[in-house]
Design a protein around this ligand. Sequence first.
Ligand SMILES: Nc1ncnc2c1ncn2[C@@H]1O[C@H](COP(=O)(O)OP(=O)(O)O)[C@@H](O)[C@H]1O
Ligand SMILES: [Mg+2]
Length: 245
Amino acid sequence: MVEVAEDPKRYVRVKSGVPGFDELVSGGFNRGTVNTITGGSGTGKTVFATQFIYQGVLAGEKGMIITPSESAGSLKKEIFSSFNWDLWKLEEEKKLVIVDVTDPILRLQKSIDLDPVDFLINFRKLVDRKIGEEKPKRVFIDDLMAFFHAVEAPFKMRSIADDLFNSLRAAGVTSVITIGTAFGMNQILEYGADSCTIISREKIGNNLVRSIYIMKMRGSRIANTIRVLDISDQGLAVTSLSPYP
Ligand SMILES: Nc1ncnc2c1ncn2[C@@H]1O[C@H](COP(=O)(O)OP(=O)(O)O)[C@@H](O)[C@H]1O
Ligand SMILES: [Mg+2]
């Protein structure tokens, strides 16, 4: 295959690994950007982002998963039980690094005695250091809201998020960050991100239908449409259907 020279003035696209998604965003995520996936509990955020990492590894891009809320062990078990994706194996092969922030050693910092702002500053430094050491191409931070809800002042939350997002961009990694909606503060984080995708569950008749749309993507044309999202044993896929007639 002939390599086409990269235009330094334009973003290069990174394939999401989720069938049907890249078509909605003109080819994939922009390389080196911060991309959020927002949704309620059980909508498929963790599956989406894990698939982004897993498919990236299969395409030869080293991945890093940072888990602030759920332990690395439970995540690996869930994903293997659901889709047969063996994250242990990818770790052994050094194609994937999982940073377990729920680890007892790191959890010491999560003690209530520590100011949440200090904690988040430490968290950003930890992320920075791990990316510097491991040099992944793709990074996934699961449920960032698990940390941020403890910060009382929205302006502080905004500036800490900006610092974190800027250091991810400076490292040149393409990141996917999931955001839960339980605390109603997701917009503060979404403002600072380069792209925002919203997933939810619609009640249509007696059925629950998963749906997805792109709220924004800087530097990209996006499809202004809601699509049905499907989860099966093969993982997650965006279908060509819309949930509403
Ligand atoms: N093989 C599968 N087929 C269909 N649905 C699945 C399969 N594996 C997991 N799921 C569903 O996917 C959802 C996982 O969502 P998850 O990404 O963990 O949500 P959250 O948005 O809370 O991170 C669960 O509700 C689960 O029932
Ligand atoms: Mg989750």
